[in-house]
Design a protein around this ligand. Structure first.
Ligand code: G3P
Length: 222
């Protein structure tokens, strides 16, 4: 299973990459805007991200018409070979996915909330489909059961589109996505950090160190 960081913050990306388990990054207009308001420009930020990440980096188009999405997507793609163009799941988005696929540009269909949307974007040639589990949970729908259903449908027909679980809010989302067999989970750095910590690990380290401290160090071989 691949882990992507869902952030445009360079320090978070650098730190995550140094842990050896970040396979890529996803951004969206909200995340980019958080980093840019009053401090910097888009290209510089994206170039920094692309420098740090050795894997797919999703950058979202902000156009709504297919031709404009394609134009914007092609421009984004010139920033790096690992750029994946994020396209909203709409009729215009489907048209853009099809064109970008024919031009061998990787795409990520975003804002997927149903199995049928996931089917449509896969048929249109999306490289990734991003179902938003947290936002479904927010409205009392079960985000993870959507992932189960999409997994089953994609496997039924051998679709190559990867399931990229998005809007991940806590470690249980990540564990469940892994159990279901989702291809990727993208998560905020705050969630990523929580995946490695366990109070019993901390307690165990403390006990080992305390006991080690009781030994007369001069009697050690090294
Ligand atoms: O990048 C899309 C998605 O992960 C956003 O998550 O928490 O804003 O619903 P959230």
């Amino acid at each position: 299973m691949k882990f992507f960081l869902d952030t445009a913050n360079i320090s978070e990306i650098e730190e995550g990459v140094s842990w050896g388990c970040v396979d890529g990054v996803t951004t969206n207009p909200t995340l980019i805007s958080k980093e840019l308001v009053g401090k910097g420009d888009f290209k510089t930020l994206v170039r920094k991200i692309l420098d740090v990440v050795d894997g797919p980096v999703s950058l979202e188009v902000t156009s709504t018409k297919a031709d404009d999405m394609v134009r914007e997507g092609k421009k984004l793609r010139t920033l790096g070979d690992n750029v994946v163009v994020k396209i909203p799941t709409t009729v215009e988005g489907l048209k853009a996915l099809k064109i970008l696929k024919s031009q061998k540009i990787k795409t990520n269909a975003t804002l997927v909330f149903s199995v049928n949307q996931a089917l449509m974007v896969a048929k249109a040639g999306a490289s990734y489909a991003s179902p938003f589990v947290g936002r479904l949970d927010d409205i009392s729908e079960d985000g993870m059961s959507l992932i189960e259903d999409i997994r089953e449908v994609y496997d039924n027909y051998d679709f190559e589109t990867e399931i990229l679980v998005a809007s991940v809010r806590h470690p249980i989302h990540v564990k469940e996505a892994a159990l279901i067999g989702a291809d990727v989970a993208t998560m905020p750095f705050e969630v990523f950090k929580k995946l490695i910590s366990h109070p019993k690990t901390d307690e165990g380290i403390k006990r080992f160190m305390d006991d080690w401290g009781k030994i007369d160090k001069k009697k050690l071989m090294f």
